[in-house]
Design a binder for this molecule. Structure first.
Ligand code: XBP
Ligand code: MG
Length: 257
């Protein structure tokens, strides 16, 4: 049995509900601002989340659904600019305090630090977006909580490739089985497990309603005293709070060990 030495957190969907309340809102605002007749409703955005990375998502949508709206050269000029504008609008939404951390996250990070368990970030989003969210949530010294932050555009391949997790392991100087990943998406789960890191999925609003047998546990959130979580852990049905002691217990049963 391997001792748990680090928790590696995904950002969007796992730390906070940034997709429905932040990124998708900001994408639609940016479409309006630049005068393109695109609009991503909830269902469309949910499907587009299979493509990780906002810029990649824009190019995918253009090529797959609306190729007639932009010529090749126009798309290569407009879409990166649109993505930048989306990120500025997203940063503003976050700075306005509109996206709280999900229940249990703050407590989990605090307890991990008290018990000498490292906390790191492995995300498909950009460093600027991580900074915006964590600064708003934890204040100006947020980097003391997350000294290791690995982002999608600073590694060769985004999730579902394992690159962000492999780089996090390299910086942590730990093996995969000494860590636990927290994710909300099939792409994130695939990234963590292919890096050899057991993964707990905390379902978010956009998590597809499908079984995730590769997950060590798949629950509908970390849960709190007022709203306990439910789902499945390695021992079967789970109902309660997935606090640090629960995560350590699950980690000790990790089949990857
Ligand atoms: C989720 C993503 C990101 C965000 C948007 O990342 O795939 O692309 O949707 O952010 P994760 P960007 O769940 O790994 O945190 O526009 O910066 O890509
Ligand atoms: Mg996510």
């Amino acid at each position: 049995m391997q001792q748990l030495k680090a928790l590696i957190f995904d950002v969007d969907g796992t730390l906070a509900e940034t997709e429905p309340d932040g990124h998708s809102v900001a994408f639609n605002m940016a479409f309006q601002e630049v005068g393109i007749d695109w609009h991503w409703d909830h269902e469309t955005y949910g499907e587009l989340l299979d493509v990780t990375g906002g810029k990649e998502r824009l190019f995918h949508y253009w090529q797959r659904y609306r190729p007639e709206t932009l010529a090749e050269a126009e798309a290569h000029e407009l879409l990166p600019r649109l993505h930048q504008r989306k990120n500025s609008l997203y940063a503003q939404i976050v700075a306005d305090g509109k996206i709280p951390l999900r229940p249990g996250i703050e407590n989990l990070i605090q307890t991990a630090h008290e018990q000498g368990i490292a906390t790191a970030i492995a995300t498909a989003t950009s460093r600027a977006n991580v900074t915006a969210l964590l600064h708003a949530a934890f204040g100006p010294d947020w980097e003391t909580k997350f000294p290791i932050v690995v982002v999608g555009d600073e590694v060769p391949r985004k999730k579902p490739a394992p690159d962000v997790y492999l780089e996090a392991l390299r910086q942590l100087q730990l093996r995969g089985d000494e860590c636990l990943a927290l994710e909300d998406s099939p792409a994130g789960l695939a990234a963590a497990t292919s890096a050899g890191i057991p993964c707990v999925v905390t379902r978010a609003k956009f998590t597809p309603d499908e079984p995730m047998p590769e997950a060590l546990a798949c629950i509908n959130g970390l849960g709190s005293a007022s709203t306990p979580s439910a789902g499945n852990g390695p021992d079967g049905a789970f109902h309660g709070i997935a606090d640090l002691s629960q995560l350590i217990a699950w980690h000790s049963k990790n089949g990857l060990n």
